[in-house]
Design a protein around this ligand. Structure first.
Ligand code: GDP
Ligand code: MG
Length: 182
């Protein structure tokens, strides 16, 4: 008997984080990958991506999640950032309406650079800031419906829905791929 049956298929999914500066992209990633939150935003500098292993249907799936590393401040996210991405989290900050208004622009970026079948989730981050909320849950939901995106409000600060948001995107990519194979 060879080892063939024991060697599972390997899945590696590139997922990109997009959204305006300071919406919490880097903290969502550090919460997901390391269960850490960083109150000053130095997390933005440096790290290109983090790889996280998730199990789906008994298969090991590697999610390679890319962070803009602050490129978005200069409105110059390079095409290399998007290359090969099969999933995206489009993040806004529920306490800053301008970041919600930018979602359309980020969706345009994604449709320019990526395959339209990519798994996409709209993420309203900082839902812990209920007292200074500027974007209602309903607005987030209806934009997501109109654009055909999953939707979730999260808090990287108190860890609300962070794991779930990433896992839904990863599962969607996995399902897309399984459908193609069949
Ligand atoms: P990025 O520029 O999109 O990567 O945003 P960062 O992750 O650097 O976060 C920007 C700022 O928002 C930092 O001061 C974080 O501490 C803060 N922040 C990030 N996520 C949350 C959150 O869920 N709740 C609150 N209250 N603050 C957050
Ligand atoms: Mg950042």
């Amino acid at each position: 008997m060879g080892h063939e049956e024991e060697v599972g298929e390997e899945y590696l999914f590139k997922i990109v984080l997009v959204g305006d500066s300071a919406v919490g992209k880097s903290n969502l990633l550090s919460r997901f990958a390391r269960n850490e939150f960083d109150t000053n935003s130095k997390a933005t500098i440096g790290v290109e991506f983090q790889t996280q292993v998730v199990e789906i249907d008994g298969k090991e799936v590697k999610a390679q999640i890319w962070d803009t590393a602050g490129q978005e401040r200069f409105r110059a996210v390079t095409s290399a950032y998007y290359r090969g991405a099969v999933g995206a989290l489009i993040v806004y900050d529920i306490s800053r309406r301008t970041t919600f208004d930018s979602v359309k622009r980020w969706l345009d970026e994604l449709s320019t650079h990526c395959d339209t079948t990519m798994g996409r989730m709209l993420v309203g981050n900082k839902c812990d800031l209920e007292n200074i909320r500027e974007v209602s849950v309903e607005e987030g939901k209806s934009l997501a419906e109109a654009e055909g995106l999953f939707f979730m409000e999260t808090s990287a600060l108190d860890a609300t829905n962070v794991q779930t948001a990433f896992e839904i995107v990863i599962r969607e990519i996995y399902n897309n791929i399984s459908r193609k194979v069949l």
